[in-house]
Design a protein. Structure first.
Length: 64
């Protein structure tokens, strides 16, 4: 089993360069990134944040 770095809400927001409010709003809207709920605490896996950021990438050279 691989061990992933786990971030609290503030650390995840800082890592993803978004506000805590943005993460809260995305959770309320059932949007990415995925998160863990441990009791009343919210946690994010680093690999989930990395995948979320990669999915937000826009390539201006790509044309549809």
């Amino acid at each position: 089993m691989t061990h992933s770095q786990i971030f609290g809400e503030k650390e995840a927001a800082a890592y993803a360069k978004v506000s805590v409010k943005t993460l809260q709003a995305r959770r309320a809207a059932h949007k990415a990134p995925p998160y863990l709920k441990v009791g009343r605490s919210v946690r994010y896996l680093k690999e989930d944040l990395d995948a979320f950021l990669a999915s937000c990438r826009v390539d201006p050279e790509a044309r549809n």
